[in-house]
Design a protein around this ligand. Structure first.
Ligand code: SAH
Length: 469
């Protein structure tokens, strides 16, 4: 982020603008929505600016800017649409200590003005750091359509009632009250009888919520999927939207964590494969403690919580504490990885079952039914198999698996840095970390990326296949 969005308090502050043409008008129309004291310098101001001056909405000086004219100004806009004059006025304003914007000159500006959706006091600011004004406009248009015109009035009524609503306990109960007002009762009351009814509805709603039993905590065990936020389920998104506490593991990507409710407490309970770890018992205690305090806890696990996620131990702990729970499934790494190589986990005539294996378990490298796996055309998805690659290779060869059995490693499946390494049982690198695979990786035994198997003619290749080639 090159520009950090903030909302500047302008009530009673001085804002200075130099310019009297179209660019000046565009900025002034926005600035006139604020409670700033506006001063304009323009030797030849447009009629509209003169009218605003006549109406007492701004101070107008019909001359060019001079040193000292921007003293005590919070913001300055250089809007003369003449680069020499803009450079001159910007330098003067900077010397006077104002934060400077030069219209249509991103590089020399200290701040930029976003596209604004105005439902005062609800304001949405949209910026693209100058990269795509078209995109900003499209987003603005979309939001303008979606946010009802009465939203501002509703928020004003709500704001005046905030103190009164503080009698509800902080957290879930207060939040429920406000969501019911903003999304149900408020709009209805507003339609019925405007702000008067909206105010009345707040009082009635508060009575209703005060009468309610206090909420008890709950734990949702939620699958975060393989990393791409778009592979979250709608239920996972909803759970994140309403969570008080999110306890996540190391596999959950920042893009997904960003979707959690802003006020949610985020706790990283990441277990490093072989490194320092938060003990499972500590994680169990953490989950139950927050839920027992009445929080809506989301236990967010990479992939699907039911696959190598120690879900049962956590459910047992939550049940022992007498707390309610439910599971929201997610897309497991095997599904995302097999999609990345354009293959199926099962195929008629090839394999009618597929195994999900772990490369290591509590005792170290995990043992499996190697004889069964070594048969022709078996498929297995090996989780946590990076360190055990050589061990697995040795066991399978020893049990007679063909040396040319395809083995494919998919690293960072579904993420922007996804990579695919195609090899065979004989050529599988013994040390996957050494082979440059540092992210979470899934090893497919018995599957090759589709284009390596049966390459279509160059010209027929989809972009996906070219990427793999
Ligand atoms: N519950 C998870 C698995 C947890 S075990 C799931 O359903 O996917 C952790 C292992 O999952 C990692 O060691 C790696 O083998 C695999 N894994 C998780 N995310 C992955 C990803 N994006 N790409 C490749 N493998 C992944």
């Amino acid at each position: 982020m090159k520009h950090f969005p903030i909302f500047v308090a302008l009530e009673g502050r001085r804002v200075v603008l130099s310019g009297g043409g179209e660019a000046a008008l565009a900025k002034l129309r926005l600035l006139l929505k604020t409670e700033a004291r506006l001063t304009v310098f323009a030797p030849a101001p447009s009629g509209e600016i003169e009218a605003w001056e006549a109406a007492g909405r701004l101070t107008l000086h019909r001359r060019r800017m001079q040193p000292g004219d921007a003293l005590c100004a919070a913001l300055f806009y250089a809007a003369d649409e003449d680069s020499t004059e803009d450079t001159r006025t910007a330098a003067l304003a900077r010397a006077d200590g104002a934060l400077v914007n030069i219209v249509d000159n991103l590089e020399d500006s200290q701040f930029i003005t976003p596209a604004i959706v105005d439902r005062d006091p609800v304001t949405v600011a949209i910026g693209t750091e100058g990269a795509a004004p078209v995109l900003a406009r499209a987003i603005k248009a979309d939001l303008e359509e979606r946010l009802p015109a009465m939203l501002g009035a509703l928020a004003r009524v709500g704001k005046a009632f905030r103190r009164a609503a503080d009698v509800l306990p902080f957290g879930r109960r207060r939040r429920d009250f406000w969501s019911e007002f903003y999304f149900k009762e408020g709009p209805r009351a507003m339609d019925r009888g405007g702000e008067t009814d909206a105010k009345a509805s707040l009082r009635a709603l508060l009575e209703k919520h005060l009468a309610r039993q206090s909420n008890t905590g709950h734990v949702a065990f939620v699958g975060a999927g393989p990393g791409d936020p778009e592979l979250l389920t709608l239920k996972a998104r909803k759970a994140l939207d309403t969570a008080d506490v999110v306890i996540h593991d190391r596999l959950v990507t920042p893009g997904i964590l960003e979707l959690a409710r802003r006020e949610a407490v985020m706790i990283d309970a990441g277990k490093q494969g072989f490194g320092p770890a938060m003990k499972q018992a500590d994680i169990n205690a953490l989950i139950t403690r927050h839920a027992a305090d009445g929080a809506q806890v989301v236990r967010l696990k990479g992939g699907d919580p039911t696959v190598f996620g120690r879900l049962d131990e956590e459910i047992a702990a939550v049940e022992a504490a007498g707390v309610g729970w439910h599971v929201v499934p997610g897309i497991t790494a095997a599904s995302a990885s097999v999609a990345a190589i354009g293959q199926s986990l099962t195929r008629r005539g090839r394999n009618s079952s597929v195994r999900l294996l772990t490369g290591h378990d509590i005792k170290g490298f995990a043992d499996h039914d190697w004889t069964a796996l070594a048969r022709q055309e078996e498929v297995a998805a090996i989780y946590m198999g990076k360190k055990s690659a050589r061990f697995i290779q040795g066991r399978l060869l020893m049990h007679g698996a063909p040396r040319d059995t395809p083995v494919t490693i998919v690293e960072n499946a579904s993420r922007p840095d996804q990579t695919v390494l195609a090899s065979t049982l004989a050529t599988l690198p013994a040390d996957l970390n050494g082979a440059g695979i540092t992210g979470p990786a899934l090893t497919f035994y018995g599957l090759a990326p589709r284009d390596v198997n049966a390459g279509p003619a160059e010209t027929d290749k989809t972009p996906h296949q070219q990427e793999l080639a």
